[in-house]
Design a protein around this ligand. Structure first.
Ligand SMILES: [Zn+2]
Length: 135
């Protein structure tokens, strides 16, 4: 163990810059996706060049609703992801990036490599999730 490992909250600057680059890229992709999906949702099917026969059959109506619901769910997930990414970028600016927001211990670098926007270590994430109902 070197002295650097003990300094909680201090991350290798090159590592943080690398994560920041990835977060900025993720943010751009998420923002683009939300915009294009919102646009698609606002456009009637007839203008999208899809099946132009009116949805008279109840099954068709149901599948159309399901498709819209799917897109809406995707957008909610994206919005959530976007928020996580934004918060991670804010933590980089605040100098607290890579530290668990619950217990203050460093989040393992391997975890951040997989999920740069991770705000908690795995134990605290599990605790936070088990505290939520229904999901
Ligand atoms: Zn923690």
């Amino acid at each position: 163990m070197s002295a650097i490992d003990v300094r909680v909250g201090t991350r290798d600057a090159a590592f943080v810059m690398d994560m920041k680059r990835r977060l900025v890229q993720m943010r751009r992709e998420l923002a683009n996706e939300s915009v294009s999906e919102a646009r698609e949702l606002a456009t009637p099917a007839t203008e999208r060049g899809e099946d132009t026969t009116p949805s008279q059959h109840p099954a068709d109506v149901a599948s159309d609703l399901e498709a819209r619901e799917f897109v809406l769910t995707r957008r909610l997930i994206d919005a959530r992801e976007l928020q996580d990414v934004d918060e991670a970028l804010a933590r980089i600016d605040a100098g607290t990036y890579g530290v668990c927001i619950d217990c203050g211990r460093p989040v393992p670098a391997e975890r951040l490599e997989v999920r740069p926007q991770a705000a908690r270590d795995v134990e605290c994430l599990r605790r936070a999730r088990s505290g939520q109902r229904g999901r």
